[in-house]
Design a protein around this ligand. Structure first.
Ligand SMILES: Nc1nc2c(ncn2[C@@H]2O[C@H](COP(=O)(O)OP(=O)(O)OP(=O)(O)O)[C@@H](O)[C@H]2O)c(=O)[nH]1
Ligand SMILES: [Mg+2]
Length: 359
């Protein structure tokens, strides 16, 4: 065999035993996992390497990693919660990543420590990614104190959302004071992101015809600001018109618990026009909601939401991964489709079987 591989490590000039030892050491160093304590102290010291490794544990499906991750999250919790969390949504190509780069660079110049996370619903459907390479934000990652982390792929939205929430905790404990989350506005992910941020910003572009068409009312209602991006070149007049239309539409929505009146405005993530004003608007929102108490009460509500959401998620997962249930469910589906059984009676039967299997 060795003759066939003249360039293999064992056949270099150095003695065979030396190369084997070196190789083993390198392999061991690569495999060595820092202890939970080391990761916790690393995160609290703001070490990116420790933070990244801990996030990888959060994203892992290995049960041992799950326990380790939980220990780290619990240790980080008392040091978390001090950041401003901003959610950015909008249809693919609207300019979310470019906008985050522009806003992020501006914040970084002010000395802020920024973590950018993404929730990508396409990865749970196709195991692919709409956000893909564009999430690298090449310019922003070069700025000091900026950390960009794409979401775990190949996961259910519930799973990705939980992991993003936990990642926020770790980033905050590592000293990041501004967390920006990008999500594509094509599914349920914007609801998930809305439930984990303080300020929710919907990016828009002017399209053909009525600006209000194609925007889901629900997302507009959730937004604290609607920003029409790509307000540059020939597009400036159109975006100004869209801003007026959206501003009017926003007034029709019921007022928010925070008493904040959502704002419609324009910007160009490419030329930076309007970025400073948007940053000032977010600061004003934070100041206003902190003063009237709604900042804290919203976070408390969000914690409660995620408690219940996680229970729902786990219960569902447990139910559907029960092999006995899987077996009966397949047969029941057919019986229900053929009208041999009522869906409600069948559901009842399945749930009873499940609960009996648990006692
Ligand atoms: N003219 C102009 N182009 C822009 C602006 N912002 C973004 N773009 C361009 O729009 C395209 C999409 O930008 P992205 O930032 O990748 O958009 P995105 O919303 O993050 O896209 P997805 O992650 O795929 O959903 C790129 O070619 C950008 O250069 C802007 O303000 N003006
Ligand atoms: Mg993007």
């Amino acid at each position: 065999m060795k003759k066939d591989k003249p360039n293999s490590a064992e056949n270099q000039d150095s003695p065979e035993i030396f190369n084997k030892t070196v190789l083993k050491k390198i392999q061991q160093a690569r495999m060595a996992q820092p202890s939970t304590e080391e990761l916790i102290s690393g995160i609290l010291a703001g070490e990116i390497n420790a933070l990244s490794r801990a996030i990888t544990l959060i994203e892992s499906s290995n049960p041992n990693h799950f326990l380790k991750a939980n220990e780290i999250i619990n240790a980080c919790l008392p040091h978390a919660n001090q950041s401003i969390r901003i959610g950015i949504t909008g249809v693919p190509g609207v300019g979310k990543s470019t906008f985050i780069e522009a806003l992020g660079k501006h914040l970084s110049n002010q000395g802020k420590k920024i973590a950018v996370l993404t929730i990508d619903p396409s990865s749970s459907i196709s195991h692919g990614s709409i956000l893909g390479d564009k999430t690298r934000m090449e310019e922003l990652v070069k700025a000091p104190h900026v950390y960009v982390r794409p979401s775990a792929s190949g996961e259910t939205l519930g799973g990705v959302a939980r992991k993003t929430r936990e990642t926020i905790t770790l980033c905050e404990a590592a000293g990041f004071d501004t967390i920006i989350i990008e999500t594509v506005g094509v599914g349920q992910s914007e609801t998930a992101v809305h439930s984990m941020v303080d300020f929710f910003l919907l990016l828009q572009i002017t399209g053909a015809g009525d600006e209000l068409q194609g925007i889901k009312r629900g997302i507009m209602e959730m937004a604290d600001a609607i920003v029409i991006n790509k307000s540059d070149g020939d597009n400036i007049q159109k975006t100004a018109l869209a801003k007026t239309e959206l501003g009017r539409a926003l007034h029709l929505f019921p007022s928010k618990k925070s008493a904040w009146i959502p704002i419609a405005t324009t910007c160009s993530a490419k030329t930076n026009e309007g970025i400073i004003e948007i940053e000032q608007m977010i600061s004003k929102y934070i100041e206003q909601t902190k003063n009237n108490g709604s900042f804290d009460s919203k976070r408390a509500e969000q914690n409660e939401f995620w408690l219940l959401e996680t229970i729902n998620d786990q219960l569902k997962h447990h139910f559907y991964s029960n092999t006995e249930i899987q077996d009966i469910l397949e047969k029941t589906k057919k019986a229900v489709q053929n009208n041999e059984y009522s869906p409600f009676a069948a559901a009842q039967l399945l749930l009873e079987t499940y609960f009996k299997s648990k006692t």
